[in-house]
Design a protein around this ligand. Sequence first.
Ligand code: MG
Length: 363
Amino acid sequence: MKIQQVKINFVRLPLEEPLVGAPPMPGMLREFFTVQILTDDGIEGIGITTFGGKLIRTLKTALDEFGELIKGEDPLRTEQVVAKLRAASAPCGPGGVAALATAAIDIALWDIRGKVFGVPLARLLGGLRDRVPAYASGALTRTTPTDKLERAAAALVEKGYRQIKAQMAVGGLNAAQEVERIRLIRDAVGPETNLLVDINQRWGVHEAISIGRRIEELGLGWLEDPTTCDDYQGLAKIADALATPICAGEYLYGIEPHRQTLTHHSVDIAMIDLLRVGGVTQWMKVAGMIEAFNRPVASHLLPEIHVHLTAAVPNGLVVEYMPWTWRLFENPPVPEKGEIAVPTGAGLGLKFASDLFDKYGVG
Ligand SMILES: [Mg+2]
């Protein structure tokens, strides 16, 4: 089997928050590249990639160049294809655009492999289970007004979520006001709900320990990215000082930085971003490394694909359900009662929505 054609499309989806029923925000968009790899025996594999910011079109260039490079290659030789892309982009890699472009191609190759063997990706990778816990993410942000927090948090619990995430590190608030916001959410969702908090790298180490101690009594499931992602020693200090588990890893590119977080004991729960790590091939390697360090792994974004990976590995803890990508697909898996089921079709079990390119495509 050979790779015959690689199609790249650029789509812009409306920015919306369907978890709590917020309408699309006028003029606000999220951008994605879709990849379709066609083989000479008629199998098509799909992948996606993205990042925000001004350099987005450089990612299109990288995908076009990589697409040309892999024509004629055997799509089942994932490592060989990835090695070719790594060598081609070595002068500007291994992270950034090179990793994000590689990820989309790698995901599509695994989709092809699943279709060749006629099984869902989760089963191809180990198939530990068919459903995984999912948490609601993106509805309780630092821009949510304080007087709207309780109702939004309660709405998530009413939808069946047993795990929800909120953001702290709100600009302009003092520590006491920050703590009060999280206390309001805890009171609204009750003690049974696993409440997770994301800082998105906005605190210093001492601030994280100080505020972290003030919220210990709220029994959080984790405190995510309390400080800069590559301050491995700083994260370790925070993890050591707090009983609340520290979760981090979504900002890291490739495999090596995850080795740093593990050997420095910077994280209690490791998070992997499927795109930044470089795709399915590298995600599975990092998950195995995390398992060897006796830690669970959580996913970042792309729940429709991460459900396969989390279901495949023994230390898969939970899928982040952030509904940014569901519109890309014809039949996206969505959580029910706080769990998300692995799609049953071969490979990713996903198809791009039939109106995706007509409705949201950018020329
Ligand atoms: Mg995060």
